[in-house]
Design a protein around this ligand. Structure first.
Ligand code: FPP
Length: 241
């Protein structure tokens, strides 16, 4: 992996996760601390996301899933919800070129209902344009809920009249076929999963930091990966000695 030291990038031999999932929490608190509207926190949060994507593509992480809007976030004020919708649209428009250039596959996981039509169209276009890219898959969980994903899977299974469901078959009905996350990071110090990837994180390593999402940078993600690389993953088995 790469490490920044005195602004120089140095190479480290470390175990790098293939798939990192992030609960990007703390935008509102970041703004409040500065006497700003929550919207500013989300705007800074979008910048942090850009930074992290750039860094992760350099160190060869293959999948990044980020929780950008949950099925419960519709309960926020109309103003905040519409800010988050337009921020996502703007993000797609601004980042499109660099995603195509840098071989990033863009994918959105979540329900489509209530998402503005113009946003859905842009999502579909960018998914199509980047579908062959394999440097980093950016999976945005948007209008996403872990329970909703499981219920949607069950309904599709019933529709298809599937019988004898096992784990492998069930997985095929989830929103995507990406490998399970190895590492889940949550910023802003809350010790909760908040309905994120309930199926997929069965064996993920968890890393929680007090840093608020807009302040999360290369050094912070290095700390998370460093912590992950020292873990001993047993997947229910016994320790390897
Ligand atoms: C949680 O912080 C954050 C969100 C609900 C939105 C996440 C959105 C971004 C990081 C912007 C980038 C998004 C896209 C789609 C490109 P919070 O608002 O719950 O913070 P708080 O707990 O401090 O109030």
């Amino acid at each position: 992996m790469l490490k920044y030291y005195n602004n120089e990038v140095i190479k480290m031999e470390k175990k790098v996760p293939e798939h990192i999932a992030i609960i990007m929490d703390g935008n509102g608190r970041w703004a409040k601390k500065r006497g700003l509207a929550r919207t500013f926190g989300h705007m800074e949060g979008a910048k942090a996301l850009r930074r992290i994507i750039e860094y992760l593509s350099k160190i060869n992480v293959k999948y990044l899933t980020v929780y950008a809007f949950s099925t419960e976030n519709w309960n926020r004020s109309e103003d905040e919800v519409s800010t988050l919708m337009s921020l996502f649209l703007k993000y797609i428009k601004n980042e499109k070129k660099s995603m195509i250039k840098n071989g990033i596959r863009f994918f959105v996981s979540g329900r489509k209902n209530n998402v503005p039509k113009n946003l859905l169209e842009e999502i579909e276009k960018l998914q199509e344009e980047t579908k062959e890219n394999r440097n980093l898959t950016l999976n945005i969980a948007f209008n996403y809920g872990g329970r909703a994903e499981l219920v949607d899977a069950v309904n599709k299974i019933i529709e298809n009249n599937e019988k004898n469901i096992d784990e492998e078959k069930f997985k095929k009905y989830l929103y995507n076929d990406f490998p399970d996350p190895d590492l889940v990071i949550r910023t802003s110090g809350e010790y909760r999963i908040s309905n994120f990837l309930l199926w997929q994180i069965a064996y993920a390593e968890l890393y929680i930091t007090d840093v608020l999402w807009p302040d999360f940078d290369e050094k912070e993600i290095e700390k998370a990966i460093e912590s992950y690389s020292n873990r001993n993953r047993r997947f229910g088995g016994v320790e390897n000695v």
